[in-house]
Design a protein around this ligand. Structure first.
Ligand code: ARG
Length: 591
C-alpha cells in the first residue's frame, strides 16, 4: 500500500491529459498543515516554469482533468487549487478505512523478508557495512556503520530486493606482520592463541611497543608481511589463528546488537589479494595508471584542485605493496561482475569521502564498474561526547564497543527496576537487554546520518521523546490492552472486525499507518533510517493521543466500536513491531 505512488500515477496521467509532456514529475508530498489537505502535488510549478506558462492556469487545467476523468473519485474527497499552482488533496475517510482494513488482513510477520516488491523491479544490492579492522577490538567508531547498514539492509529485504551483505573487514596490511611476529613468540612459550588474544587491545599495544623499541623486531614484522602476502604457510597459519579469534570478538558484538551479519558475509581485504596485481596490470595496460617516482599512480583530472592540479590516487606503492585503494578497485569489479549488483552501497565515516570518489572514477574508467551499476558511498558523522569532542574514555582512549553495550544494559536495568520494583530477576535481564541495546541503536539511527551527534545516556534512556524505550513502551501498552480485553484472552483480536474511522485521532492514525511503505521507500533511496525512526515516533505519539481521546474498554462503549478500536490497535502494534524490527530493535509484551 503506497499512497504516494497511487496519487503520483493518477496525477501524472491528468498532467499529460492537460498537455504536459509525458514523464513530468507530479512531485507528491505530504502536506504539513491539515487545512492544506493530506497530500499536495507541487509538480505543476516546475513544469510551468520549464514551459514558460502561467502555473496557476496550468494547475487549473490539471484539476479540471482530474475531475472530468473521475480518476480520484472515491479516493479524494476534495481536490483544490492553492496559491500559485499547488494542488491540495484531501483523502476520502472511507477510502482510508478500506485501505487500512486491507492492511489489517496483511501478514505482518514481525520479521523482515515481507517482500512487497516482486517481479521486474527487484534489485540486487550489495551492501558493504560494519567492516571493522581485525587488528584491534571493535570500538565505537564501528557502531554506526554496523547498525545503519543493517537497518538499510533489512529495509531493502522488507521491500523484496535481493541483498548481498559484504563485511569488508580490515584483515590485511602491514600491521599484521607485527601481530603475527608477536603471536609466534607467544606461542613459542607455552601460551595458546585463545589466552594470548583474549584482550586484543592489550596484545596490539604489546606488539606495537616491541615494533617501536625492540631491536630487530620491526624488520621481522616487515618480513612476515611479505611472507604472508606471498603465501608462506607458517605465517598464514598464525594469521588465520589471529583472524579467527578477532572475528569471534566481532560476532559477539553482532549478537548483542541483534545485527544480521553472518560469518559467510565476510569478504575481507585479504580475499582480494590474488586479484590485486591483475588490477594494476589492467590499469597500466589501459594507460589509466602511470609510473611516478617508483609508484603506480592515477592522476585524476576530474578532481583537479583550483590550480588545475589533478588529484593523485596511488594504487601501488614504490616497494610493490598494494593499498586499501587497490583492494577497493578489485572489490568494484567483483561486486558488479561476480555478484551482479545493480547497486553498491558502502557505509563508512565521512572522512573516507574522497577515497570513494577516487575509487568510483577510476573503476568506471577501467570498466570495473559499468555505468548501469550504482555506486553510493554513504558517509556518516561522528559520535561525540557531552563536551562535543569525539567520544573517548576518561583517559582519552577509544571506547570498546563491547563495554559500551554492557553499560547500556546495566543502565537500562536500573531504570526498569525503578519503574517496576517487583520484577523477577529473569524478566529484568530479558527486558533490560532489549531496552538498553534498543536505546543505543535508536539514539544513533534517529539522527541525521551525515551529522555528528552527541552521545547522551540520559536522553536515549528516557521514556519520553523519540527514544527506543518510548516506542517499546507504546507497544507494550497496546499488548496490555489486549490482555485486558476479555475478547482477546490469547492476545488475539477479532481478525474480522471492521475498523471504522470516525474520530480525528483515528483518521490521523489511519493516514500514518498507510505511510509505512512510503517511508521505507524513502529510507531505501537515501539510506536514511532516521526517516523510519521519525515515522515510528510520530505513530507512537498519535497512538498516545488516540488512547487519551478514544476509550476502548470503558463501560458504555459499544461492541462494534470496541472491536474496531482493538483492531486498529492491532495494526498499530504490528506496524511498530515491524518498523522496529527493520531497525533491529526488539519489543516485549510487558516492561
Ligand atoms: N575497514 C574500514 C574502516 O574501518 C572500512 C571498510 C569499508 N569498506 C570498503 N570497501 N573500503 O574504516
Amino acid at each position: 500500500m503506497n499512497i504516494k505512488q497511487i496519487l503520483s500515477e493518477k496525477i501524472a496521467a491528468a498532467m499529460v491529459a492537460a498537455g504536459l509532456p509525458e514523464g513530468t514529475n507530479p512531485a507528491i508530498s505530504l502536506s504539513n498543515r491539515a487545512e492544506f489537505g493530506d497530500y499536495q502535488a507541487n509538480g505543476v510549478m516546475g513544469a510551468a516554469k520549464k514551459l514558460k506558462t502561467n502555473p496557476r492556469e496550468l494547475a487549473t487545467k490539471v484539476v479540471a482533468e482530474l475531475s472530468s476523468s473521475k480518476s480520484l473519485d472515491g479516493i479524494a474527497s476534495n481536490i483544490e487549487l492553492a496559491g500559485p499552482g499547488f494542488i491540495n488533496i484531501h483523502l476520502e475517510q472511507q477510502w482510508l478505512a478500506t485501505q487500512l482494513n486491507q492492511v489489517a488482513q496483511d501478514k505482518f510477520i514481525g520479521v523482515t523478508q515481507r517482500g512487497v516488491n516482486q517481479g521486474d523491479d527487484v534489485q540486487t544490492v550489495v551492501v558493504d557495512y560494519s567492516a571493522p579492522n581485525l587488528a584491534k577490538e571493535m570500538h565505537v567508531g564501528h557502531l554506526r556503520s554496523t547498525i545503519i547498514g543493517d537497518a538499510v539492509v533489512r529495509a531493502l529485504e522488507f521491500r523484496g530486493d535481493k541483498v548481498i551483505r559484504q563485511n569488508h573487514m580490515g584483515d590485511w596490511g602491514t600491521q599484521f606482520g607485527m601481530l603475527i611476529a608477536h603471536l609466534s613468540d607467544k606461542l613459542a612459550g607455552d601460551e595458546v592463541a585463545e589466552t594470548a588474544l583474549a584482550d586484543l587491545e592489550n596484545f596490539y599495544r604489546e606488539a606495537k611497543v616491541r615494533f617501536d623499541n625492540e631491536e630487530g623486531f620491526a624488520d621481522r614484522a616487515r618480513a612476515d608481511v611479505v611472507k604472508l602476502q606471498s603465501g608462506d604457510e607458517a605465517c598464514a597459519k598464525l594469521w588465520q589463528q589471529f583472524i579467527d579469534i578477532s572475528i569471534a570478538h566481532s560476532e559477539e558484538i553482532y549478537a548483542k546488537l541483534n545485527v544480521s551479519l553472518q560469518r559467510s558475509d565476510i569478504m575481507g581485504e585479504s580475499a582480494y589479494n590474488d586479484d590485486l596485481s591483475t588490477v594494476i596490470d589492467e590499469l597500466m595496460a589501459k594507460e589509466i595508471a602511470v609510473e611516478s617516482q617508483g609508484a603506480k599512480v592515477v592522476f585524476i583530472d576530474e578532481m583537479a584542485n583550483k590550480d588545475g592540479e589533478p588529484s593523485v590516487f596511488i594504487v601501488q606503492k614504490s616497494g610493490g605493496g598494494f593499498l586499501y585503494a587497490t583492494t577497493d578497485l578489485s572489490a568494484c569489479r567483483y561486486r558488479s561482475g561476480k555478484l551482479a549488483a545493480n547497486r553498491i552501497v558502502i557505509f563508512t565515516d565521512a572522512r573516507q569521502g574522497l577515497h570513494f570518489k577516487q575509487v568510483e572514477i577510476v573503476a568506471r574508467k577501467a570498466g570495473f564498474l559499468p555505468e548501469h551499476v550504482g555506486y553510493q558511498h554513504c558517509p556518516f558523522g561522528m559520535m561525540m561526547g557531552d563536551d562535543g569532542t569525539p567520544f573517548k574514555t576518561r583517559t582519552g582512549g577509544t571506547i570498546k564497543l563491547a563495554e559500551l553495550l554492557d553499560e547500556a544494559i546495566v543502565r537500562a536495568a536500573t531504570l526498569i527496576k525503578e519503574k517496576n520494583p517487583d520484577i523477577s530477576a529473569a524478566e529484568l535481564t530479558h527486558i533490560s537487554k532489549k531496552v538498553g541495546i534498543g536505546a543505543v541503536k535508536f539514539a544513533d539511527l534517529s539522527k541525521n546520518r551525515t551529522s555528528d551527534y552527541i552521545f547522551n545516556w540520559k536522553t536515549m534512556l528516557s521514556f519520553e521523546g523519540a527514544t527506543a524505550p518510548y516506542l517499546q513502551y507504546a507497544y507494550s501498552r497496546i499488548q496490555s490492552i489486549f490482555s485486558k480485553a476479555e475478547s482477546a484472552k490469547a492476545g488475539a483480536v477479532d481478525n474480522n472486525a471492521v475498523i471504522n474511522i470516525v474520530e480525528p485521532q483515528e483518521k490521523a492514525l489511519a493516514l500514518k499507518l498507510l505511510q509505512l511503505e512510503d517511508t521505507i521507500d524513502a529510507v531505501i533511496s537515501e539510506c536514511t533510517p532516521n526517516l523510519l525512526c521519525n515515522y515510528l515516533y510520530e505513530l507512537a505519539s498519535l497512538y498516545m493521543s488516540f488512547y487519551e481521546a478514544c476509550p476502548i474498554l470503558k463501560e458504555g462503549i459499544s461492541d462494534e466500536v470496541k472491536a474496531s478500536r482493538l483492531a486498529l490497535c492491532q495494526v498499530i502494534a504490528n506496524t511498530l513491531k515491524q518498523g522496529l524490527d527493520i531497525l533491529g530493535i526488539e519489543v516485549m509484551d510487558r516492561m
